[in-house]
Design a protein around this ligand. Structure first.
Ligand SMILES: C[S@@+](CC[C@H](N)C(=O)[O-])C[C@H]1O[C@@H](n2cnc3c(N)ncnc32)[C@H](O)[C@@H]1O
Length: 259
């Protein structure tokens, strides 16, 4: 098997097969959040760290005005090409979610599956929530989903799944290698095995996620200002089942509302 050591984000097609397959519950939950928590009609949507836009293009198809940004040029190109191919008017650009500006504010924004934890330090995290504060209109939402570090050994340290699209199959495996609470770093190993009729490829890489206890995240939100925590849910994505965040919480979706 051919093995490459590279970011899985550099392979948008394979990333999209894997993560794009599991979009419906997340998509419907986000729509429910717009209804339930926003204090303004939601028409314009922004996704920072949008990747391939696996959710954005669904929203565009449903008639929302969509935009996004991502550091990875290949993902951005893949996303914009799909908009064009499907005749959708969305647009995403290459940019850093810790430092960007928008011309016109959005009604809601979302950022799920841990992308926020790619920001390596306080400066980046603060900068991001401050940029989002300027990008979202009052009464609008920022829906942020990620894993908190609980006050005990985390239950979930490994995940694997398999997805097939046509002749393409992607098997993925993700595993925590180390967790350093003092330095606030979780090192993660990621492996994609890709099978096509002509090629078998293993993509491996490691990256470091910043860790957050719930207290660290709540303090950050307070320090940035301009946001209230309107609701908290988990990755079950059920609008009628909010959760109370505590020392044991791991997966969480914060619904931040712009005040
Ligand atoms: C787990 S993927 C999520 C992509 C997409 N949000 C989704 O739900 O499929 C994380 C994305 O964050 C992007 N990313 C990491 N750091 C970033 C930064 N500072 N600014 C913008 N994008 C960033 C990566 O390039 C990658 O596409």
């Amino acid at each position: 098997m051919e093995i490459v050591r590279q970011s899985v984000y550099d392979y948008p097609k394979y990333y999209d097969v894997l993560f794009g397959s599991d979009w419906k519950a997340e998509y419907e939950f986000l729509c429910d959040c717009f209804e339930h928590y926003a204090k303004r009609p939601v028409k314009r949507l922004l996704e920072p760290a949008c990747g391939t836009g696996r959710l954005l293009f669904r929203f565009a198809q449903a008639g929302y005005e969509v935009a996004g940004l991502d550091l990875n040029e290949k993902a951005v190109e893949y996303c914009n090409r799909r908009f064009q191919r499907l005749g959708l008017s969305g647009h995403v650009w290459v940019g850093d979610m810790a430092n960007f500006r928008v011309k016109r504010k959005y009604d809601a924004a979302f950022n799920t599956i841990n992308s926020f934890r790619h920001l390596p330090d306080d400066k980046g995290a603060f900068g991001h929530l401050a940029c989002m504060r300027e990008a979202v209109a009052k009464g609008g939402l920022y829906i942020l989903g990620f894993h908190l570090t609980p006050n005990r050994p985390p239950k979930c340290t490994e995940e694997s799944w398999i997805v097939r699209r046509g002749h393409l199959q992607v098997n993925s495996w993700m595993k925590t290698i180390s967790l350093d609470r003092r330095r606030r770093e979780e090192k993660v190993y990621f492996q994609f095995d890709v099978y096509t009729p002509r090629r078998t490829l293993r993509i491996v890489n490691e990256f470091v996620f910043r860790t957050y206890t719930w207290q660290q995240f709540h303090r950050l939100v307070q320090k940035v200002g301009g946001w209230e925590i309107a609701g908290t849910h988990d990755f079950a994505y059920r609008i009628d089942e909010p959760i109370t965040v505590d020392d044991y919480t791991e997966d969480v979706v914060y619904v931040l509302r712009r005040v």
